[in-house]
Design a protein around this ligand. Structure first.
Ligand SMILES: Nc1nc2c(ncn2[C@@H]2O[C@H](COP(=O)(O)OP(=O)(O)OP(=O)(O)O)[C@@H](O)[C@H]2O)c(=O)[nH]1
Ligand SMILES: [Mg+2]
Ligand SMILES: [Zn+2]
Ligand SMILES: [Zn+2]
Length: 390
């Protein structure tokens, strides 16, 4: 039994929410054997008398063969074969230009596949070939194989592959009551997770945000990446000669545009808080190490993976330390805007690379705490358990 069963699904390509019964089909016959297959004609299945059930298949109205290839009625993209069966979670990774989104996604997905999976008894599986190829070519190979930085992400308006999210299913296996000694093979929960790597430039105006980034307001969690090197106070306190990126968007502008976009789309008043959890994560913490107390928890690996539980003490330590850092770094206004717009939020500090790339090459890949915001979102959605406080 799936406790998370829903009456709607969200298309992971255009992020439109549909009733389960609202699904179309395309013929899967050879194009030379069927007119519909040849012209990629979309077929609407017969109505199921007002019942909100997803049809499994239909007969092609040209060749008569049965097809189970479902497509979205809004954008016609081929839907994952598991669509409608599980809860859809869309995690939106947003941040200004050069905030570190692409490198973060590259390292996070690898971390989920290799360490989070084993620790939390779950497995991440790409839902289609497009996801496998795109993750491998655009994310994994540059960072882990050739050790080179990932190129700037192009705008979704000019490069259609950007608007294709990386889609995975995350399946949790039951843990036995005897503390996991007898690892059960039964699946207890499955979620569909879409990661969306936006181009920072698409987040510069509210209008583009509205058209290209529908996924933000239909998301189940937002990872808001911030580059600490964009904060004036941080730039001024770093040792002279430190290489700094160009200063671009003010961090609170992006936050307020995101909040406005969600409010408008969900018809929420200014007085109502938005209920999408927001993980505010400072990227590139390696670059500001000289500004941290050497004993700060941010310098240490997190404790979640070791115990296979979400460690609340560790989480609160980081959340508290990061919030006071943000305020002392001149982010007072940002912190206030965050709490006056969002119901649930927390601060994180991480590094995807663990080093500053030296003329495009990644010399010493040492990620730290990349899993924290993701695990916090899974915990918020009750997909993983927490460690009891001692
Ligand atoms: N020191 C340090 N630098 C990083 C880290 N991650 C990314 N960078 C640097 O920041 C630059 C931008 O990172 P990206 O991941 O491409 O940023 P983005 O948010 O995807 O940028 P757009 O695609 O332009 O929106 C990289 O080219 C690196 O030079 C990190 O963990 N540590
Ligand atoms: Mg990018
Ligand atoms: Zn769609
Ligand atoms: Zn056909």
């Amino acid at each position: 039994m799936n406790l998370l069963k829903k009456s709607t699904y969200i298309c992971p390509f255009c992020f439109t929410e549909h009733k389960l019964s609202e699904v179309n089909f395309i013929c899967k016959n050879e194009p030379n054997k069927c007119e519909n297959a040849k012209r990629e004609i979309v077929m609407v299945p017969a109505s199921n008398e007002g019942k909100n059930i997803m049809p499994k298949d239909m007969f092609c109205d040209s060749c008569g063969e049965s097809t189970n290839v479902k497509v979205c009625p809004t954008c016609n993209a081929e839907l994952p074969y598991t669509i409608g069966e599980y809860k859809d979670l869309i995690f939106a990774v947003i941040g200004a230009k050069e905030a570190g989104k692409s490198h973060y996604i590259a390292v996070l997905i690898d971390k989920i596949m290799n360490e989070i999976g084993a620790a939390f008894n779950c497995s991440l599986q790409a839902i289609n070939d497009a996801t496998i190829t795109r993750y491998r070519n655009d994310f994994y190979y540059p960072v882990f194989r050739s050790k080179e930085i990932i190129r700037v992400t192009h705008s979704a308006k000019t490069d259609a592959t950007v608007s294709q999210p990386l889609i995975y299913t995350l399946a949790f296996r039951e843990t036995s009551i005897f503390g996991g000694l007898l690892k059960s093979k039964r699946i207890s929960n499955v979620v569909t997770i879409a990661f969306f790597d936006t181009a920072g430039e698409d987040l510069n105006e509210e209008d583009t945000m509205k058209s290209v980034n529908k996924y933000i307001y239909n998301s189940s969690g937002i990872i808001f990446l911030l580059d600490p090197l964009q904060l004036t106070n941080v730039r001024d306190s770093l040792p002279e000669g430190t290489q700094l990126p160009e200063q671009n968007t003010e961090i609170e502008d992006l936050l307020s545009r995101t909040a406005n976009l969600i409010r408008r789309a969900k018809d929420k008043k200014m007085t109502q808080l938005i209920d999408i959890p927001v993980a505010v994560a400072f990227s590139k913490m390696d670059a500001v190490e000289s500004l941290l107390d050497p004993s700060s928890c941010i310098n240490y690996p997190s404790k979640h993976i070791g115990s296979g539980k979400f460690n609340i003490a560790d989480f609160e330590d980081v959340n508290g330390s990061m919030e006071s850092l943000v305020r002392s770094w001149g982010g007072e206004n940002f912190a206030n805007q965050l709490s006056s717009n969002f119901k649930e939020f927390a601060y994180f500090g991480l590094t995807a690379l663990g080093c500053s790339p030296d003329s495009n090459s990644i010399k010493n890949l040492r990620p730290n705490r990349v899993e924290d915001p993701f695990l916090w979102l899974l915990w918020k959605h009750k997909l993983i358990k927490s460690e009891k406080r001692k």
